[in-house]
Design a binder for this molecule. Structure first.
Ligand SMILES: Nc1ncnc2c1ncn2[C@@H]1O[C@H](COP(=O)(O)OP(=O)(O)O)[C@@H](O)[C@H]1O
Ligand SMILES: CSC[C@H]1O[C@H](OP(=O)(O)O)[C@H](O)[C@@H]1O
Length: 400
């Protein structure tokens, strides 16, 4: 039987993934290698390769639960279609930054896509000291275009509402609502931290000004359906080399606030500024600045040439939107910095520091900078001011 005709969901194995690849007619050779390479929190990822032609594909399959926790955390399989559709939607806007989708199957909860293993996951590369000279330009462009062209500035309101409905993603949004915006600010069971951080964490839980700003940011995430977000744009969701950049894993996609993806990217770069030496820190800060510059350039270009809103040319409107995106992104970056340090889901940038004292020191810095971002986000007026704020915070932390 052709594997594409199976009647009910079952998790693939390396063997059945090969059968499926053959059924799809994607390879002419009979002998294929297959490895399950998933290192994320949720899904299976099979890498299938024909050694002779060196051609490969990726089959990603959702499990009916969160892989990182197990069957005690059930999840529906719908996220697989959200991911495949978001890859296609964003791929139609920026095909050069998104893997091609070859096939999707709702029943099996699979997406078959372009093999990007000739590139490197940016988080791993940055940790090992690699540099990606075009990453900031590319991600700025990716963000500006995917966000602008899925917003009401480019789509008639009825079309935008149709997309918002198609990308309604309550289950995965709930994960973000809880793990990013709620649990780290309370003494919640899901939190995960070393006891050496307890004093800093208690001061977060008791800081009502900080919690007020976090509450406002959470509300933005819950209510502002501005554009089709990636929804989980950390450096582990980006492949790159010296010339190319590709964004994977948009299973958290939904209509949310413009600044969320921007902020998550900023935060995940900031981890590298915290853990790196002075030279690395300057390089990363420059990347953050360049990402924002690229974002503004591409967003402005799209606004001037493709904005369908009658108000588009009203003086000050574009600036007010860019200011809002910028402020929101700093606030969201602060939430990401805190949740990746003390919440359920951590980052290798910090966890990979073998020396405990050093790790704790870096985590304390992440918490301090996260708090600063949340408290100051609506007072930061320009990217230069943000970079100075980060420089001061990082220098202050380095002296401790
Ligand atoms: N298109 C791809 N090409 C090559 N490797 C991939 C591709 N997509 C995913 N991977 C590999 O699988 C890993 C997990 O994928 P990801 O989409 O992040 O899974 P999850 O949704 O579980 O977080 C990635 O870190 C990467 O190593
Ligand atoms: C239990 S899901 C936790 C966490 O996992 C997702 O990240 P990843 O892309 O590494 O799978 C997302 O950030 C969720 O918050």
């Amino acid at each position: 039987m052709s594997y594409t005709e199976v009647k009910e969901y079952e998790p693939l194995t390396e063997k059945t993934a090969v059968t499926l690849a053959k059924s799809l007619g994607l390879f002419s050779n009979e002998i294929l290698m297959c490895n399950e390479i998933g290192d994320g929190n949720l899904n299976l990822v099979f890498h299938i390769k024909d050694q002779e032609s060196q051609k490969g594909i990726i089959i990603k399959q959702a499990l009916p639960y969160a892989k990182v926790v197990g069957e005690s955390w059930p999840l529906t399989l719908q996220r697989s279609q959200i991911e495949a559709n978001a890859l296609k939607q964003h791929g139609a806007i920026v095909p050069h930054f998104v893997p091609e989708v070859f096939y999707q199957d709702e029943l099996l909860a699979i997406t078959v896509m372009e093999d990007l293993s000739y590139l490197r996951i940016v988080r791993n590369g940055l940790i090992e000291g690699e540099r990606y000279p075009l990453l900031a330009d590319h991600i700025g462009e990716y963000l500006a275009k995917t966000l602008f062209y899925t917003s009401e500035f480019a789509l008639p309101p009825s079309k935008k509402k149709e997309f918002a409905k198609q990308f309604s993603n309550p289950e995965l949004c709930r994960i973000t609502e809880e793990l990013v915006f709620t649990d780290p600010f309370f003494d919640s069971e899901s939190n995960d931290f070393e006891e050496e951080l307890y004093d800093e964490i208690q001061s977060i839980w008791q800081d009502s000004l900080l919690k007020l700003e976090a509450a406002k940011l959470k509300r933005k995430f819950l209510t502002e359906a501005e554009a089709l977000l990636h929804g989980d744009l950390h450096t582990g969701s980006i492949f790159a080399n010296q010339l190319e950049t590709k964004v994977i894993d948009p299973e958290f996609a939904f209509y949310g606030p413009f600044g969320f993806d921007v902020g998550q990217f900023f935060a995940n770069l900031i981890f590298q500024a915290i853990t790196g030496n002075e030279e690395k820190r300057d390089f990363i800060l420059q990347q953050i600045q360049q990402t924002w510059k690229s974002f503004v350039n591409h967003f402005t270009h799209a606004w001037l040439h493709h904005n369908i809103d009658n108000f588009a040319e009203v003086p000050g409107f574009l600036d007010s939107i860019l200011n809002k995106i910028f402020e929101d992104s700093i606030g969201f970056a602060g939430c990401e910095l805190i949740r990746r340090t003390i919440g359920l889901s951590h980052v290798k940038d910090l966890e990979g520091i073998a020396d405990k004292d050093e790790r704790i020191q870096n985590k304390k810095a992440a918490l301090t900078i996260g708090k600063t971002c949340i408290l100051e986000h609506s007072r930061v007026d320009s990217i230069q001011q943000f970079i100075v704020l980060l420089q001061e915070a990082l220098t202050g932390e380095a002296k401790k």
